[in-house]
Write a protein that binds this ligand. Structure first.
Ligand code: FES
Ligand SMILES: [Fe+2]
Length: 455
């Protein structure tokens, strides 16, 4: 296909895996035993998007992130690479660092001052001659974790035999390479403690069935109908939903145009009045305008995108815990992580990254409001309900917490899914493939039996 042609075509569908009739029952979200099995067999065997390269630009810069009960340090090396270690001193187990990020020459444990170099080697121990097993310096090391970078993010995998990240990501790799994600800047960073299991949040981001009922305002620009949405899944366990955007809401005031669609049209020099009565023409007109004006406004990379990428929401679910809505100039980062001990709580990150072309000075429209291009964005840590994290996210979280309550009930008989929610079933099937040892190193294409709790 000629270059110009592929840009006008929709994205080719991914190769769909088989989806079985896997039941999804409440214990998966409430049982401690299931939570522990997930940690042992799934969380410690998958690639996780954990850090950001530009948070640690210089040698000695480090960033700490938590995954359930584990704490992981990512540190920039002298040669420019990045290594990841468990955040645990090898003397008697103290945590090495407690802050979110910092810069060190060596990691010095606060308990007895053992000091580890940036590449994890112990190079100072008090009274090093007093160890019957021999001087531990040069011998003892921090425990290293496989680590790689892609799209400006730092990915780790607690499995020492991890397959390469590129292989794990499957079709995500090429899709994301179309956007300048690595140079995007963060304009929102809210971490929220939410009283629901981490999967409740990922299930929600795996379907668009709830858009009309939970987010009527969002469908001001998104075509929420499932028949117009492209649903993809891949054997690696990830998903993609392509939601057309640039339409007036059907569910609000008939087919009338409203903000923010009108504002978007004006930004791209289209007159909303001229489209009265022919609203279906707005999306292609917006694509045309962005194609024409984008490069001269600093968005040169628009030249490398499909027409639909200029207007639509490319929503990805990366197994197991990362979802993102990618638009022509933004990256809505949605990540849920397990609580260190409680299956009925999780940690949810509502972050937003945007491209920052030179010369563009207008504020960035994040899911929680407008932010100036040069603003330093603080990392907020919030308990659910303490403050708004933006209308759309407030709406999603209000549902997820109610759903967690229902999962506890003996009156819940398991989900009853529509066709457009099939990706949820698939997600749970993949979790069970890990729990049963079929992944990551077993024989794929064998469908697992549902995992039942022991008690
Ligand atoms: S526990 Fe770290 S130096 Fe003793
Ligand atoms: Fe939602």
């Amino acid at each position: 296909m000629a270059e110009a042609d592929w840009k006008h075509e929709p994205a080719p569908a991914w190769q769909m895996p088989h989806i079985g009739e896997h039941p999804i029952e409440g214990y998966r979200y409430t049982s401690r035993e299931f939570y522990e099995r997930e940690f042992e067999h799934m969380w410690t065997k998958v690639w996780l998007l954990l850090g950001r390269e530009n948070e640690i630009p210089n040698p000695g810069d480090w960033q700490r992130e938590e995954v359930g009960p584990e704490s992981i340090i990512m540190v920039r090396q002298k040669d420019g690479g990045i290594k990841a270690f468990y955040n645990v001193c090898q003397h008697r187990g103290n945590r090495l660092v407690f802050a979110e990020k910092g810069t060190v020459k060596r990691f010095v444990c606060q308990y007895h001052s053992w000091a580890f170099t940036l590449d994890g080697e112990l190079n100072f121990a008090q009274d090093s001659e007093d160890f019957p097993q021999g001087n531990p310096c040069g011998k003892v090391r921090l425990v290293e974790i496989p680590c790689d970078t892609f799209a400006g993010f730092i990915w780790v995998n607690m499995d020492p035999q991890a397959a390469p990240l590129k292989e794990y990501l499957g079709p995500i790799w090429d899709d994301w390479n179309m956007y300048p994600i690595s140079s995007m800047k963060r304009y929102l960073a809210q971490t929220v403690h939410v009283p629901c299991n981490w999967k409740v949040i990922q299930d929600n981001f795996n379907e668009s069935y709830h858009l009309r009922s939970v987010h009527p305002q969002a469908s001001v620009t998104i075509e929420e109908g499932y028949k117009e949405t492209q649903f993809d899944m891949c054997e690696e366990g990830h998903g993609r939903m392509i939601m057309h955007a640039g339409y007036p809401a059907k569910s609000l005031e008939g087919n009338k145009m409203r903000e923010p669609l009108m504002a978007l049209m004006q930004e791209w020099e289209l007159d909303p009045e001229a489209f009265q009565g022919r609203e279906r023409d707005i999306r292609p007109a917006l694509q045309k305008q962005k194609r024409k004006l984008g490069p001269q406004r600093g968005y040169e990379y628009f030249n490398d995108l499909r027409d639909e990428q200029l207007t639509d929401f490319y929503h990805y679910n990366i197994f197991p815990n990362f979802s993102v809505s990618v638009t022509a100039d933004g990256f809505h980062f949605l990540r849920s992580r397990p609580h260190p001990t409680d299956p009925e709580q999780c940690i949810f990150d509502n972050w937003y990254y945007a491209t920052a072309p030179e010369g563009v000075t207008s504020p960035v429209g994040t899911p929680a409001g407008l932010v100036g291009r040069d603003e330093e964005v603080p990392h907020e840590i919030i308990n659910h309900g303490d403050k708004s994290i933006g209308l759309g996210m407030d709406q999603d979280l209000s549902i997820t917490t109610g759903q967690q309550l229902g999962f506890r009930s003996r009156g819940f008989r398991g989900v009853y899914l529509s066709g457009q929610e099939a990706r949820i079933r698939r997600y749970h099937e993949v979790i069970d493939e890990y729990l049963q040892g079929i992944r990551p190193h077993g024989q794929l294409h064998t469908r697992p039996a549902p995992v039942k709790p022991i008690s």
